[in-house]
Write a protein that binds this ligand. Structure first.
Ligand SMILES: C[S@@+](CC[C@H](N)C(=O)[O-])C[C@H]1O[C@@H](n2cnc3c(N)ncnc32)[C@H](O)[C@@H]1O
Length: 242
């Protein structure tokens, strides 16, 4: 505990990303800032159950209650992925995996099983995680992304850990990027949204936003998504090369 930081990595959160990622022009290239071990960089590898609607046929099934939009009809096609973290973890390292396991509450057996299944999927696939601060290292990762794919920078439950001046520098930087789509899932007070509708209940919820447009309330580990914004998920999203 003296040597490590709190950096819970929850693959269930991919169920919140998929409705937005699948609606963008395909294929996509993903950069996650604050990626921890990168388990959320693999939304194309997991299976999703949105109510009665099953997407995929793998053995790691992520359940999510979807309110206000139709379930996505496809998973995103990911052609490139990279992550950035102050302290990236490697799921192939038994010490790092044990730390991720220790960050799951003892009674959350389902989350622990999900963590280990996702870690096995990630360990089998080459990954590109770099160490660095999100306000400083992002531009070099962007320069490596393939130009023929829709480039998506995303983060979830990260900016609350970033001091306000660094957070402002990151927001300022990302606003000036022209070829990037920006997906944020953060607490309602972390980014400067105005006129958010009241949350559906009094639990702690995050806001899903695309390019600074708030779209939905989301539950912490990806269990539920309540849509309130414009339906950016309608339509297929088309082809990134067009
Ligand atoms: C709560 S974890 C969330 C991990 C992952 N996004 C998820 O949702 O499963 C926050 C992560 O952000 C990273 N982080 C915090 N401040 C950062 C910064 N300034 N630059 C890069 N990563 C940072 C931490 O190291 C940690 O891995």
């Amino acid at each position: 505990m003296m040597a490590r930081a709190t950096q819970t990595n929850e693959p269930g959160r991919c169920a919140l990303l998929v409705p937005v990622l699948a609606a963008l022009p395909q294929p996509v290239a993903l950069i996650e800032v604050g990626a921890s071990a990168g388990l959320c960089l693999y939304p194309d590898k997991y299976t999703y159950r949105y109510g009665e609607h099953l997407l995929g046929d793998g053995d790691l099934v992520l359940d999510c209650d979807l309110v206000g939009i139709q379930p996505p009809s496809r998973r995103p096609e990911v052609v490139w992925r990279a992550g950035l973290d102050l302290s990236p973890l490697d799921v192939r390292d038994p010490g790092d995996l044990a730390w991720l396991d220790a960050l799951v509450c003892p009674e959350h057996a389902e989350r622990r099983e999900r963590l280990h299944r996702a870690a096995a999927i990630v360990a089998a696939d080459p990954r590109h995680l770099v160490r660095g601060d999100l306000a400083e290292e992002l531009s070099s990762l962007i320069a490596q992304a393939p130009v023929e794919a829709t480039l998506v920078v995303f983060h979830r439950s990260v900016l609350y850990q970033v001091p306000s001046d660094r957070r402002a520098a990151f927001v300022d930087f990302i606003r000036r990027l022209d070829r990037v789509r920006w997906v944020a899932i953060e607490g309602p007070d972390v980014l400067p949204y105005v006129d958010l509708p009241p949350p559906p209940d009094d639990t702690v919820l995050n806001v899903l936003a695309l390019d600074e447009v708030p779209l939905a309330w989301t539950r912490g580990h990806g269990q539920a998504l309540v849509w309130f914004g414009p339906d950016v998920t309608a339509g297929s999203g088309g082809d990134a090369a067009m």
